[in-house]
Design a protein around this ligand. Structure first.
Ligand code: IPE
Ligand code: IPE
Ligand code: MG
Length: 259
């Protein structure tokens, strides 16, 4: 099953030809600070440079028919960084929303922000909600920005919603299945996560999509985020496309189903 998902919707000639790549890709955009420091600059210089890589991955996703791209922009733990760095990151988020929201809309991209955004400044939250509403009916690509996001937060939040639904009588305890639980997570409306990429050389998940990673393929690269490009993204997808996803079955079972 070379990275194929039978439920994938045809989008590009490659998809129509049956060469279906990952439909949902997530990226841990790591290495901005080290990239800047290597150049003798302050860490925030790297965050600013990283915006260009975000544009590149959105371009790549649109061009290749990826339906859903989830980017880790700010973790629930990143608040612990120096105040100055956190405030530059918030400012950057604001600026990027101002400069990119209309362009994303024009290009058929639906923007969603996942995470505990209510912790942000009220004006920023308003801007996020406005951009989400403007792009709501676009369906070429869903761009999910994970901001003040934590995988454990996502699971606890879903558990709270499930508990609420049970206490309201909308849901019976015995009807709680994995699919039902999933429908309360922040990625409920998205396809299963196929591929998780982490740049910057670390081999860890850092509290990203814990629930969603269950059967995702993992790809780690030493490339620092500001150096990430469409070419490196292509290498990750090529690597994914030759893997055999077995989901617990044997390799023989998979090849029998395919033939
Ligand atoms: C990732 O780059 C961006 C954020 C976490 C916001 P880092 O800032 O973590 O860069 P390194 O890992 O310190 O190089
Ligand atoms: C993960 O990177 C968070 C983002 C990329 C937004 P970190 O740099 O925060 O992760 P750790 O601290 O190295 O695990
Ligand atoms: Mg880092």
């Amino acid at each position: 099953m070379l990275g194929k998902r039978s439920s994938a919707k045809a989008a590009t000639p490659e998809v129509q030809a049956g060469i279906i790549g990952p439909q949902h890709v997530a990226i841990i955009m790591d290495g901005n600070g080290r990239w800047a420091q290597k150049k003798g600059k302050i860490r925030t210089f790297g965050h600013k440079a990283g915006v260009e890589s975000v544009r590149a991955v959105v371009r790549f996703a649109r061009r290749t028919g990826i339906k859903s791209l989830t980017l880790f922009a700010f973790s629930s733990e990143n608040w612990k960084r120096p105040e100055e760095e956190v405030s530059v990151l918030m400012e950057l988020f604001n600026l990027v929303l101002n400069s990119e929201a209309k362009r994303l809309h024009k290009n058929g991209v639906r923007l969603k922000v996942i995470g505990d955004v209510d912790a942000f400044d009220g004006k920023l939250v308003e801007k996020i909600r406005k951009a989400e509403a403007m792009t709501e009916s676009n369906d070429d690509l869903v761009l999910n920005i994970a901001a003040n996001y934590g995988g454990r937060w996502d699971i606890v939040n879903a558990a709270k919603c499930v508990a609420q639904a049970v206490s309201n009588g909308e849901l019976q305890r015995e009807d709680i299945t994995e699919d039902v639980f999933n429908s309360y997570t922040s990625t409920a409306s998205l396809p299963e996560l196929d591929l998780l990429i982490r740049t910057g050389g670390e081999h860890r998940i850092s509290n990203f999509l814990l629930w969603q990673c269950a059967y995702a393929e993992l790809y780690f690269t030493d490339v620092l985020w500001p150096d990430f490009s469409e070419e490196v993204f292509q290498q990750a997808v090529d690597d994914y496309n030759v893997r055999q996803r077995r989901f617990g079955l044997t390799g023989e079972q998979i090849t029998t189903v395919q033939s």
